[in-house]
Ligand binder design. Structure first.
Ligand SMILES: Cc1cc2nc3c(=O)[nH]c(=O)nc-3n(C[C@H](O)[C@H](O)[C@H](O)COP(=O)(O)OP(=O)(O)OC[C@H]3O[C@@H](n4cnc5c(N)ncnc54)[C@H](O)[C@@H]3O)c2cc1C
Length: 808
């Protein structure tokens, strides 16, 4: 058979992920317009080595949703394709032997309940009854998912391939992709050793070789291969004698999992010194070969397995499988549009690809065909990594991530690996001020500043940590005096040209400022009217706009703009992120400080709230926006990065008489909650429209813009959910997002973010609820770490509702 020369989509890689993407693209309509290319046989990479465990558990909400979808698909596949996949519903238990782990399970429990999953707490006694081979000493408890199971990875892949072939997908095995280029018209040409294929869309599902395939189109992707091991034991008579399957066990504190395989057990290990495999690229001719197990490295985990399951100590090994597995810096895969390219997608970097293949095939196919993802896939979106995630960064980060795969996850833990990376010029000053740093999109940013002489280390916790009081002091300081917040990491984009204004008006639901020096909060929406991103637009002049978005969204946001840029050259987009820093001067004394150093009148009469001006602050020419994210009188001072130290010294000297001090990210986040300011990917993601929120006022329906039709439809059909602010009766653990919200026993919504507001002295949650429950004063409950807490729907914002402070 000769290979097709044209296709709608070409999928590179015949592992479980590529096959699932091809199957779902065909199933949802592209049928025989899909071609899959595989350099060897199907399952020639990681897929063949996998143990086949499939669980609901994932560290984040959307990952859990992907896993849920996979399980639904796997249970139906045999019926759909006629090919058995070896699915067993065994249930699974995840154990805890320390309070921090119990809190992590509490987070998972509550987050899973947001999705309506069947999950329950189990005591050590119950665990012992469910798994007679476990030694429960030292366990505090666990979580049980009755619907988890396992599947045969090869059969699963073959079943989806069979389904895909039936729908018309062309599979070209022993066909190696050797190059990829884009024609001037935008079509891709995929070159292979059997000829070329021209296509509209390309999917990089090349697994272990995905970085090499990415390099064919000039991209670096953060994925590295590591040797991973599991051990199959000899037959065990007590297991052969059982008539029910044992649940899959995960003891993350011993870094192991254990599952039944026929009449025996498989022990899987995440050893402390995981060995990276072919750091500089996996050889093209590698296929289906097992690696040599490194017993020195895995012996601690084997011992841990015997401690927890003593029967392993009495049973011999039948087979030890060591195979390469891909890892990314945070262990989540790389999915979706590959910025800055158009119609080129990633579906790689999988370390739990068997679990996620079904779900990701479904969601990515939908995303490619409809232009928007059905669920928010941001935690997996390959654009979450910027250019900072280079080879050295990945090597260091992944060496830290792999052995910690089962380590307790804490929301406030910032690991040291691959840091510091990007720093502001004033980094040394921040260090001198005793900053405790976090890393955000590769930037070192102070989270908070404990007093000098105090330990600069935050205890990782799901509860209020040792940072709590220090953060409170920073909030009070900003409320009463003046502080500087370093937001150098903001993504900054200059939009200019004769078509700039009209184009921006098309891109955002807000009206672009009509006068020079005006600022507009300008959400960008997707085609359905849901939030794409949130942008602050300052008009420099008729043909030039200064646009600021969240640092972590830089690649995502700029990709969206680039994809929509007119081809006639009337609009120019320039990334000026790394040319400009931003220091935010905030607090009631901020104007007094600025007045001392500015070569300009910064009084309220001449520099009104919501305006932007070019001002000399000392010898530095700055763009100063009179606005901020904390709700006090304040100024965002954007400046050429090379002037930052001078500017900082000028401000600190001028502020000395007002007791000026540095303020961190944590305080800023507490204060934005009090002010009802929304955060991107928390309150603003693909599941929310502005009409459901307190920024509905930014929507100007008397003009055309992307997403308008979606909003019109929503207006006609009615708003399905409303964003509310709740004051929560929490004592030591505040809401954080993905907490279920209840009215009695009914689950009526989910929190989007939360924390403690030190200025109002209240625990605060934002969340989306059914409109009937959005009225001020409604009594609800928010579940935090597995415990329900009383919550009252409250006026938004809680702090300075008339904005008197900001406008003073
Ligand atoms: C020991 C071990 C145990 C595991 N256990 C589990 C588990 O229990 N549960 C779980 O969910 N996951 C598990 N995994 C992880 C899982 O196996 C992987 O995440 C998954 O298989 C990745 O699939 P993939 O399709 O992305 O990549 P791969 O399986 O690596 O497939 C990529 C394919 O692309 C092809 N290819 C590459 N380059 C080209 C090219 N230029 N031209 C044409 N074809 C090309 C390759 O030949 C290969 O067939 C395990 C992995 C290992 C190693």
């Amino acid at each position: 058979m000769t290979m097709k020369t044209n296709a709608r989509a070409v999928v590179i890689g015949g592992g479980v992920i590529g096959v699932s993407v091809a199957y779902h693209l065909a199933k949802y309509g592209w049928k025989d317009d899909v071609v899959l290319l595989e350099k060897h046989e199907l399952t020639s990479g990681s897929t063949l080595m996998a143990a086949g465990n499939v669980s609901f558990f994932h560290s984040n909400y959307y990952g859990t949703q992907v896993n849920k979808k996979s399980i639904e698909i796997y249970k139906e596949l045999e019926k759909e394709t006629g090919q058995p996949v070896g699915w067993h519903t065994t249930g699974s238990i995840r154990t805890a032997d320390n309070p921090g782990r119990m809190d992590e399970l509490g987070y998972a429990y509550s987050m899973n309940r947001c999705l309506g999953l069947d999950v329950s707490y189990v005591t050590p006694e119950e665990i012992g009854k469910m798994h007679p081979f476990i030694q429960t000493e030292g366990l505090l408890g666990g979580l049980y998912w009755p619907d988890d199971g396992d599947v045969d990875p090869n059969s699963l892949t073959q079943a989806m391939a069979k389904g895909a072939r039936k729908l018309g997908v062309e599979f070209n095995l022993h066909t190696m992709v050797t190059g990829i280029y884009q024609k001037s018209g935008g079509e891709w040409v995929v070159e292979t050793d059997k000829g070329d294929i021209t296509c509209e869309n390309v999917v990089n599902a090349a697994g272990l070789w995905a970085p090499e395939v990415a390099r064919m189109v000039g991209l670096e992707i953060p994925s590295i291969s590591i040797a991973h091991t599991h051990i199959l034991y000899e037959s065990i008579q007590e297991i052969a004698d059982r008539d029910t399957y044992l649940p899959l066990m995960r003891d993350p504190d011993k870094s192991i999992y254990l599952r039944q395989e026929m009449d025996s057990l498989i022990l899987g290990l995440y050893e402390a010194n995981g060995q990276q495999w072919y750091k500089n690229g996996v050889p093209w001719d590698y296929a289906q070969e097992e690696l040599n197990p490194d017993f020195d490295n895995i012996s601690d985990c084997i011992e841990g397995g015997i401690e927890r399951f003593p029967i392993l100590g009495e049973t011999g090994f039948k087979h030890v499988t060591a195979g390469p597995i891909t890892y990314t810096p945070n262990g989540d895969p790389l999915v979706g549009p590959a910025a800055p390219l158009k119609n080129f997608y990633n579906a790689c970097g999988y370390s739990f690809g068997i679990t996620q293949a079904g779900g990701i095939g479904h969601y990515l196919a939908g995303w490619m065909m409809n232009g928007e993802p059905e669920i928010d896939l941001w935690p997996m979106d390959s654009r979450r990594y910027g250019s900072y995630a280079n080879w050295a960064y990945n090597t260091e980060k992944i060496a830290d991530t792999y052995p910690r795969l089962y380590a307790t996850i804490y929301p406030n833990e910032f690991r040291d690996a691959a840091r510091p990376n990007r720093t502001s010029p004033i980094y040394e000053y921040q260090k001198q001020a005793n900053a405790v740093f976090g890393d955000y999109y590769g930037w070192e940013c102070p989270n908070y500043f404990p007093p000098k002489g105090e330990d600069g280390y935050e205890d990782p916790s799901w509860r209020r940590s040792n940072a709590f009081q220090h953060v409170g002091n920073e909030c009070t300081h900003v409320m009463e005096k003046v502080g500087i917040i370093d937001l150098t990491r903001f993504a900054k984009t200059k939009i200019s040209g004769p078509g700039a204004k009209a184009w921006l008006n098309h891109m955002t639901c807000q009206k672009v400022p009509e006068k020079d020096g005006r600022i507009a909060l300008s959400p960008m929406l997707d085609h359905n009217g849901n939030f794409k991103t949130d942008m602050t637009v300052s008009r420099v002049n008729e043909n030039e706009f200064f646009c600021v978005t969240a640092s972590v969204g830089k690649k995502h946001d700029q990709h969206w703009m680039l994809e929509n840029l007119p081809e006639d050259g009337s609009v120019c987009m320039e990334d000026i992120t790394y040319q400009m820093g931003c220091l935010v001067l905030v607090g009631p004394n901020s104007r007094d400080v600025l007045a001392k150093v500015a070569y300009d009148d910064v009084s309220n009469d001449l520099f009104k709230f919501g305006t932007s001006r070019e001002i000399f602050v000392g010898r530095t020419k700055c763009r100063v926006n009179r606005m901020n994210y904390v709700g006090e009188l304040g100024f965002e001072i954007f400046h050429p990065i090379q002037h930052q130290i001078t500017l900082y010294q000028d401000l600190m000297n001028a502020g000395a008489e007002f007791d000026i001090r540095l303020i961190g990210m944590y305080a800023m986040d507490c204060m934005r909650l009090e002010k009802g300011y929304l955060a991107w990917k928390s309150e603003m993601n693909v599941h929310h429209t502005p009409l459901e929120t307190n920024v509905a006022w930014t929507v100007k329906m008397d003009k055309e813009f992307i997403g308008k039709k979606g909003l019109e439809k929503q207006k006609k059909e009615g708003i399905p959910q409303k964003l509310v602010c709740m004051v929560v009766d929490a004592k030591d653990a505040d809401p954080f997002g993905y907490n279920p919200i209840f009215a009695g026993d009914e689950r009526i919504g989910m929190t989007s973010s939360g924390g403690y507001g030190h200025r109002v002295e209240k625990s605060i949650a934002f969340g989306y609820v059914k409109p009937a429950f959005a009225k001020e004063g409604t009594q609800l409950e928010v579940e935090i770490l597995g415990r329900k807490r009383r919550a009252t729907v409250s006026a938004m914002p809680l702090y300075d509702p008339k904005n008197e402070k900001m406008k003073s």
